[in-house]
Ligand binder design. Structure first.
Ligand code: ZN
Length: 142
C-alpha cells in the first residue's frame, strides 16, 4: 500500500496505512488521540502526549503558514533525477507540521516565512516510484 509513496522507511505504517488511501483520494488526514484529543499531522498511531494507541483520523484543510523552506541543489540518493527542487515546511491550521514540495504557484522570490499557504495532495504518475505527494501552494483568493 505504501509503495504509492515510493520512499518511506521510517513511518510505523502498518497502523496508519489508510493515510495513503485517503491521500490517493485527495484528502489530507491527520489523527486525533481518542484518549486525550491531541491532534497530529501526519497521523500518529501512538499518541506523543499520553502514549495511547487509540486514535481516529480527522481531515485537515491543508491551510497553514510557511515555517521554513529550502532549495535542494544536491539531491539525496534516490532523488538525483529530479534535479533542483524546493521543499517547504508548513504549520497546519489544525495542528501538525508538514513537509512538501513547493508548488508552481509560489515563485522563490515571493517566499516569505509566515506567509499563508495551501497544501494540495497530488497524484504524480510521471516519475517512478513517487506517485503520491503534496505541494505547498499560494492560498486561493476568496
Ligand atoms: Zn493522547
Amino acid at each position: 500500500m505504501f509503495s504509492w509513496f515510493g520512499k518511506v522507511s521510517f513511518v510505523p505504517y502498518t497502523k496508519v496505512s489508510d493515510f495513503a488511501v485517503h491521500l490517493r483520494e485527495g484528502r489530507l488526514m491527520g489523527s486525533e488521540c481518542s484518549k486525550c484529543g491531541f491532534a497530529t499531522f501526519p497521523p500518529r498511531a501512538d499518541c506523543p502526549e499520553c502514549r495511547s494507541a487509540d486514535f481516529t483520523y480527522r481531515q485537515v484543510s491543508g491551510r497553514g503558514t510557511l515555517f521554513t523552506w529550502s532549495r535542494i541543489d544536491a539531491a539525496p540518493t534516490g532523488f538525483e533525477d529530479l534535479g533542483t527542487y524546493t521543499v517547504a515546511v508548513v504549520d497546519l491550521e489544525e495542528g501538525g507540521r508538514l513537509l512538501g514540495w513547493l508548488g508552481d504557484s509560489i515563485a522563490e522570490s515571493d517566499i516569505q516565512i509566515g506567509m499563508s499557504v495551501q497544501v494540495v495532495p497530488r497524484i504524480f504518475e510521471e516519475i517512478e516510484p513517487i506517485k503520491l505527494y503534496y505541494t505547498v501552494e499560494a492560498p486561493a483568493v476568496d
